[in-house]
Unconditional design. Structure first.
Length: 432
């Protein structure tokens, strides 16, 4: 690599070590590259502007962030929790099973793991900690693991970003996450059942039948959102980006008009929180456009493809190598950085080997979700600790069965692409 690239990497790593926000570190490293190359610094504005304003699909990200924050502020989590208690609350480890089912439903609305942990996750942790059979670590571990369903079951913010850098169909990616997402949920519920039986957890008290009608009615309207979103996308009524706007409007009407759980003050808080979250993502996107420009100018993706070709790797060997790479990088780097910086470098190699980009994308997103639940980065661990005070060590001690289960599923998806591709092919989004 040239001296300019090494200068860029040095500034990026230095900024991260100094705890500079990652978006600013990426932009600063891009400027350093241009200075060393003797190029016009105005290229920063050109690359950022072209990248941000020429991508229609990016509009979905702040809209899904806004929709998730509205639902967390508007009693939607509590309504879904009460509804799910009727379905699985009587199983051993019932509240943990409820949390997983709630995450499945909430995933069809938010597309964000952090929103899942901060909303429904917080509700179920509070309920679990009221009962002596649920330890703090177990309650936190279940919530952290189930929150990873958010970006796998559609809609998904990471899949939208992956579609931006890869050119893959957002609709095909969303469909590709359905079967893996439900498999994850089933395996998590099985894991909870085994732990509950082993610890002889008592069954929770049943919800009185006299309350069923009221709880089902309370949960029916929130449950309509996944139906509206996915039905609209796959019927052709609107695009995935337009679906994000529909999700935001749908959640706003439910929270403010129907449930009357959103005041002007809380709405303003939601707007501010959504603006902050979207600004963080936008800054990282802006920085990634500069880094990708530098890597492309230096021929790094092509060199990566040639290196993979020289190793004579098969598809499976390449995907296993990618899994190991992202599992290691996920310990230290944010999901957005991995998606926007490292994925573009690997795409030429994936295309060269004939790897389906939808299969590749879902594998990459699952890798990153695993990175969210183990140290030292483990963003979901830190979010849950900040909200509940449960020590990370306790969650990790109880969370290893879920981590092992996710790794086994990742391996199965690597060797059997049809787990991901069957539904997109059946719906006509992928041929062959």
């Amino acid at each position: 690599m040239s001296g300019a690239i090494w200068s860029m990497v040095a500034v990026l790593v230095g900024g991260m070590l100094l705890r500079m926000p990652i978006g600013f570190s990426m932009i600063a490293s891009g400027i350093a590259y241009l200075l060393v190359k003797g190029q016009d610094i105005g290229l920063v504005a050109e690359q950022v502007g072209n990248g941000l304003y020429n991508s229609y699909v990016l509009l979905a990200v702040p809209l899904f962030v806004f929709a998730a924050n509205i639902m967390n502020a508007g009693t939607v989590s509590e309504r879904i929790f009460d509804f799910c208690r009727i379905l699985v609350g009587r199983m051993r480890g019932g509240l943990a099973q409820v949390d997983i089912l709630v995450s499945v439903i909430f995933s069809g609305m938010s597309g964000s793991a952090i929103a899942d942990a901060a909303g429904p996750g917080l509700v179920t942790i509070r309920q679990m900690l009221k009962k002596p059979e649920y330890t703090r670590g177990f309650a936190g571990a279940v919530v952290v693991a189930s929150a990873t369903l958010g970006p796998i079951i559609p809609p998904s913010i990471p899949m939208v970003i992956y579609a931006l850098v890869s050119g893959a169909s957002v609709g095909a990616l969303f469909l590709g996450g359905v079967v893996p997402g439900f498999l994850m949920a089933a395996l998590m519920m099985g894991t909870v059942h085994v732990i509950a039986v082993k610890r002889n957890m008592p069954k929770d008290d049943p919800v009185p039948r006299s309350e069923w009608a009221g709880l089902i009615f309370r949960g029916a309207l929130p449950l309509s959102m996944p139906i509206v979103l996915l039905g609209g996308i796959y019927s052709g009524a609107f695009t995935p980006t337009e679906a994000a706007a529909v999700a935001a409007l749908h959640s706003l009407i439910l929270a403010a008009v129907v449930f009357r759980a959103l005041t002007w003050r809380s709405f303003w808080g939601v707007v501010l929180e959504s603006t902050r979250g979207s600004a963080v993502i936008t800054l990282i996107l802006a920085g990634s456009f500069m880094l990708n420009y530098a890597f492309t100018a230096e021929g790094v993706p092509q060199a990566m493809a040639q290196w993979v070709e020289s190793m004579h790797l098969s598809k499976i060997q390449f995907l296993l190598l990618v899994n190991v790479m992202f599992l290691v990088l996920g310990c230290f780097l944010d999901v957005s950085v991995l998606l926007l910086v490292f994925v573009p470098m690997l795409l030429p190699a994936a295309k060269l080997l004939g790897v389906d980009l939808v299969h590749f994308g879902v594998l990459v997103v699952l890798n990153m979700m695993i990175g969210l639940i183990h140290p030292p980065f483990g963003m979901l661990l830190f979010v849950t600790k900040a909200l509940t005070g449960i020590p990370i060590g306790e969650m990790m001690k109880e969370g290893w069965p879920f981590l092992l289960m996710l790794l086994c599923l990742l391996l199965a998806m690597t060797f059997f692409p049809q787990i991901v591709l069957w539904l997109p092919q059946t719906m006509g989004y992928i041929t062959g």
